[in-house]
Design a protein around this ligand. Structure first.
Ligand SMILES: Nc1ncnc2c1ncn2[C@@H]1O[C@H](COP(=O)(O)OP(=O)(O)OP(=O)(O)O)[C@@H](O)[C@H]1O
Ligand SMILES: [Mg+2]
Length: 352
């Protein structure tokens, strides 16, 4: 376990500033998920911690010690690379034990670690194969195994499950969480996958253009997004963003003035809409007719696409109820789950 502190981290390639003064503290033993659009600097940030990139300015401390002058191999950090980079001339078992052999750990201990991790990752039967004889998904699991078998105090994962099918992915998600609980290493995990971010992270840090937009628990990030970018980036299916006449119905001080209203966007997640039945509760608001255009069956739920006051809206409802095209439903929203964003600044105005 190790506590990590990034302070004012900046990094440029040529004239392009990739990391713009990043401040981030990660507690000892925490599982932090880093998410953000392609090219925002996630891999670069991991690489600075691993010692594979030099910082232009700022400092990184591990357990209150500046690691600036510590060589990568002495940082007690394992990393699962985005392109997995296995040693091609070594078989799976050698790939997994290489770093431990360098550290001159006892052969018995190495064998035990490799066997235990290989079993968890379901690659025991591949231990004698070379990487060229493995599928992409198998290579990815070997890369995970190679990093985890070392039992370092910090493990960095750069999109480690991107080549796996959906079933294996959800299995590996649980295995990595389980390993985290038993190894107790501090872990930083980069992903594009909403599900991975919210199910695995103790906290999530959302990165955009080399700067951190918000750090919080999955619940905070999902229910209390600081701005429009976070609100639309986190959550699948995406939040509905509504402008226009509908905003006049909202009972909030921010929406009373017409000029102010024209500069606002209402954000409502698809599950925060309800079909109006029975009494309207104090925290609910009746919205009017929703005109169904299309329904998508998602298994346990269905997504209805349609028009509400001339705006395209998606709502999530139970899949056992049957709806048809052109049907009209009366909708209400749960106001405690509705957000109001400023069009210019993007800031969420309903966060107290
Ligand atoms: N060695 C390099 N030289 C020049 N530019 C680089 C170099 N490495 C990365 N970059 C640029 O820095 C930016 C951030 O790259 P980085 O790999 O950190 O993004 P990322 O968030 O990991 O993206 P992805 O989700 O696609 O993996 C990108 O615009 C990339 O092109
Ligand atoms: Mg990357």
């Amino acid at each position: 376990m190790a506590k990590i502190e990034f302070s004012k981290i900046s990094k440029s390639y040529g004239t392009a500033q990739i990391l713009k003064g990043i401040d981030l503290q990660i507690s000892s033993g925490e599982f932090l998920v880093l998410v953000g659009p392609s090219g925002c600097g996630k891999s670069t940030l991991l690489r600075t911690l691993a010692g594979l990139e030099k910082l232009d300015s700022g400092e990184i401390k591990v357990d209150d010690r500046n690691i600036h002058n510590v060589e990568p191999q002495n940082r007690d950090i394992a990393m699962v690379f985005q392109n997995y980079a296995l040693y091609p001339h070594m078989d799976v078992s050698e790939n997994m034990s290489f770093a431990m052999k360098l550290q001159k750990r006892p052969a018995k201990e190495i064998k035990e670690h490799v066997t235990q991790i290989a079993r968890l990752l379901q690659i025991e039967h591949l231990l004698n194969r070379k990487p060229k004889d493995l599928s992409g998904g198998q290579c990815q699991r070997v890369a995970l195994g190679r990093a985890l078998a070392r039992k370092t105090s910090i493990v960095l994962f750069d999109e480690p499950l991107s080549n796996l099918d959906a079933h294996l992915r959800s299995q590996m998600r649980v295995e990595i969480k389980r390993l985290h609980q038993s190894l107790k290493s501090t872990m930083i995990y980069v992903t594009h996958d909403q599900m991975e971010a919210t199910t695995m992270g103790d906290r999530i840090a959302v990165l955009k253009d080399g700067a951190i937009e918000q750090v919080g628990t999955p619940t905070e990030i999902y229910h209390r997004p600081k701005n429009l970018f976070i609100a639309s980036f986190i959550g699948s299916p995406e939040m509905n963003l509504i402008e226009g006449a509908l905003l006049a119905k909202l009972p909030w001080p921010e929406t009373q003035d017409e000029t102010r209203r024209s500069n606002q966007i209402l954000g409502v997640r698809p599950e925060a809409f309800k079909i109006s039945q029975g009494p309207i509760l104090p925290h609910e608001l009746e919205l009017g007719a929703f005109h169904i255009e299309l329904s998508e069956n998602l298994g346990g739920q269905q997504m209805l696409h349609g028009l509400l006051e001339g705006q395209n809206v998606r709502i999530l409802v139970d899949s056992m109820d049957s709806f048809c095209k052109d049907q009209k439903l009366s909708l209400k929203i749960d106001l405690t789950k509705a957000h109001l964003f400023d069009k210019q600044t993007g800031l969420n105005q309903r966060l107290s």
